[in-house]
Ligand binder design. Structure first.
Ligand code: PEP
Ligand code: MG
Length: 297
């Protein structure tokens, strides 16, 4: 209906970035930098990191790229950072929380991203994972801006960040909902445990209500809020996310064509009706059924 929705790709390296461009993505909505570090026994130098990031940036021409700072820990352990065994790694020192034990690593990463951003025509935005509080958001924003980064954001992937999204977003320029983790934490169900897969559905109205609250806060402030979790790759769920107020979607490049085709046949008011029904359902199955009735398959 003329509503513009940026469809972006998720990437871990330059090949993914090229795949996103081939799929006519408007850019990269989630550059998972930690994937470049997973097999590293020691931290790459700032110069090496600049080259690693530029490889992705340069694949994008002048498109946008949202770089996520290291989300090491839990399901993505990095050898030189996560040497200590934790009882509950998903609730432990991961993502932004690594600044508590390895502050300099984050500082050097921001330095490298800042340098790489000056050497490319890509439009570089930067966000931190696992931000839980407005104070963490403010601290990250201060440090990223000190490195010359102009578009600073946070991932919203904890219930605390979603519930206080108005305060969190007041500190930054944009947010991206990490619905994989948001679902795991809202439902208190390990995303890696297949025995709990019925609980780790982003269709669950509890998850959708958390998204709704965060999107509403972002809309009120006039700030962009995307989704970069797997939920954005499901066409019907993508429509629901738009109906909840999400402004862009980032997904595996292979999913973009199908999501684009599906959304192109809808208008925003249908998405809003679907979203309204989904958040008023009492289970993931009921939410999906209601949405299918409203939007079709
Ligand atoms: C998410 O949690 O939804 C997300 C996009 O980040 P990751 O899957 O890398 O934790
Ligand atoms: Mg996550």
């Amino acid at each position: 209906d003329g509503t513009a929705v940026a469809l972006m790709g998720n990437a871990g390296n330059d090949n993914d970035a090229l795949a996103a461009v081939a799929a006519q993505a408007e850019g990269i909505g989630l550059f998972r930098t930690e994937l470049l570090f997973l097999d590293r026994q020691s931290e790459p130098s700032v110069d090496d990191q600049v080259q690693m990031y530029r490889a992705v940036f340069d694949a994008l021409g002048d498109r946008k790229v949202i770089v996520r700072t290291l989300d090491a820990g839990s399901d993505k352990p990095v050898p030189f950072l996560n040497a200590i065994t934790e009882e509950n790694p998903a609730l432990g020192v991961r993502g932004w929380r690594l600044t508590r034990i390895a502050n300099d690593v984050l500082e050097r990463q921001l330095e490298a991203i800042g340098i790489a951003a000056t050497q490319t025509s890509a439009d570089v935005w930067v966000m931190a994972p696992m931000i839980d509080t407005p104070q963490e958001a403010a601290e990250f924003a201060k440090r990223a801006r000190a490195r010359g980064i102009t578009k600073v954001g946070v991932m919203i992937e904890t219930p605390a960040a979603a519930l206080l999204a108005d305060k969190v977003l007041a500190e930054v320029d944009f947010a991206s909902l990490g619905t994989n983790d948001l679902t795991q934490y809202v439902m208190a169900a390990d995303r890696l445990d297949s025995r709990l897969s019925d609980l780790t559905s982003s269709w669950h109205p509890a998850v959708l209500r958390a998204i709704s609250q965060a999107a509403h806060a972002a809309n009120e402030l006039g700030k962009p809020i995307g989704v970069c979790g797997e939920s954005a790759a499901n066409p019907q769920l993508a429509a629901v996310l738009l109906g909840l107020g999400v402004t862009s979607l980032s997904m595996a490049p292979s999913a973009i064509a199908e999501v684009r085709g599906y959304l192109a046949g809808l208008d925003l008011s249908a998405c809003q009706r679907a979203a309204h029904a989904a958040i008023n359902a009492s289970s993931a199955e009921e939410a999906r059924e209601q949405v299918t009735q409203i939007l079709g398959n």
